[in-house]
Design a protein around this ligand. Structure first.
Ligand code: ADP
Ligand code: ADP
Length: 226
């Protein structure tokens, strides 16, 4: 089974705007995949549908073989999401944010603490464990969102513009971290409008423009054409 299988996916927003015009897309297990495209192309809409934050209008979506219409919870448990915007409760402490997220997935507290500590350490946030999230820098907030997305051990991590507005050193350490977890078997899909980010990290890409996939190939093949 593929990690993601999308067939004929359409999205028409409430105002009548057609953001996805029937896309097909497959992402294999273990891949490091980039969804590239200019602002407004439909990247966030696609991701929103994958993690069921946005309702699709038409089409079929499977996540590790789980159909979104019929096996929503199973599909959701396979996915961890790092949204573009910081969406923590501002006053909650970093450790508590992770513990609470684990709670949504029914992970026992002892296990949740263990995993939270592991990711806070690995992402350089252990010193900040008792600090309210609003006190963190932008790069730290981004890393905390990554830790939160991984707390329930998803098989697929989806990141929407993961390094937008993050300075270059933090960006490189985030890239390294993502490569490490991908090497451990977690499939990764990210959206970006930086070709360089995709080039550094990704094996396969799709380019989306005005709600259509206009290109879907390996990074190597894309670089040859440029
Ligand atoms: P990207 O992530 O590639 O920048 P989006 O998926 O956010 O693109 O948006 C695709 C298009 O859909 C854009 O033209 C955007 O303005 C439009 N759009 C996004 N959300 C809504 C919404 N809730 N209602 C109407 N149009 C929307
Ligand atoms: P699930 O049931 O799969 O956890 P939810 O609808 O509860 O899905 O949450 C969707 C996403 O919203 C989560 O993946 C998480 O990133 C975010 N989220 C959920 N609860 C909170 C919260 N209390 N604070 C911040 N973000 C949250």
């Amino acid at each position: 089974t593929a990690a993601i299988r999308i067939r004929g996916l359409e999205k028409v927003y409430g105002n009548g705007f057609s953001a996805l015009k029937g896309i097909d897309l497959e992402v294999q297990q273990g891949d490091f995949f980039a969804l590239l495209g200019p602002n407004g192309a439909g990247k966030s809409t696609t991701i929103g549908i994958l993690c069921s934050l946005v309702n699709k209008t038409r089409g079929e979506v499977e996540v590790f073989g789980h159909n979104l219409d019929r096996e929503l919870m199973a599909a959701k448990h396979c996915i961890g999401v790092v949204p573009q915007e910081f969406n923590f409760s501002q006053f909650e402490k970093c450790m508590d944010i992770l513990i609470n997220q684990a709670g949504y997935y029914g992970i026992p507290l002892a296990r949740a603490r263990e995993r939270a500590e592991h990711y806070l350490r690995r992402l350089g946030l252990w010193d900040k464990r008792d600090v309210p999230s609003r006190m963190l820098s932008g790069g730290m907030k981004r890393r905390l969102m990554i830790a939160r997305a991984l707390i329930h051990e998803p098989r697929l991590l989806i990141l929407d513009e993961p390094t937008a507005g993050v300075d270059i050193e933090i960006r490189r350490s985030m890239w390294e971290f993502l490569q490490e977890i991908n090497a451990q078997g977690i499939t990764i899909i990210l959206t970006t409008h930086y070709l360089e980010e995709a080039e550094q990290l990704c094996r396969n890409i799709a380019i989306i423009d005005q709600g259509n996939i206009i290109y879907n190939t390996s990074m190597k093949a894309l670089l040859k054409e440029l």
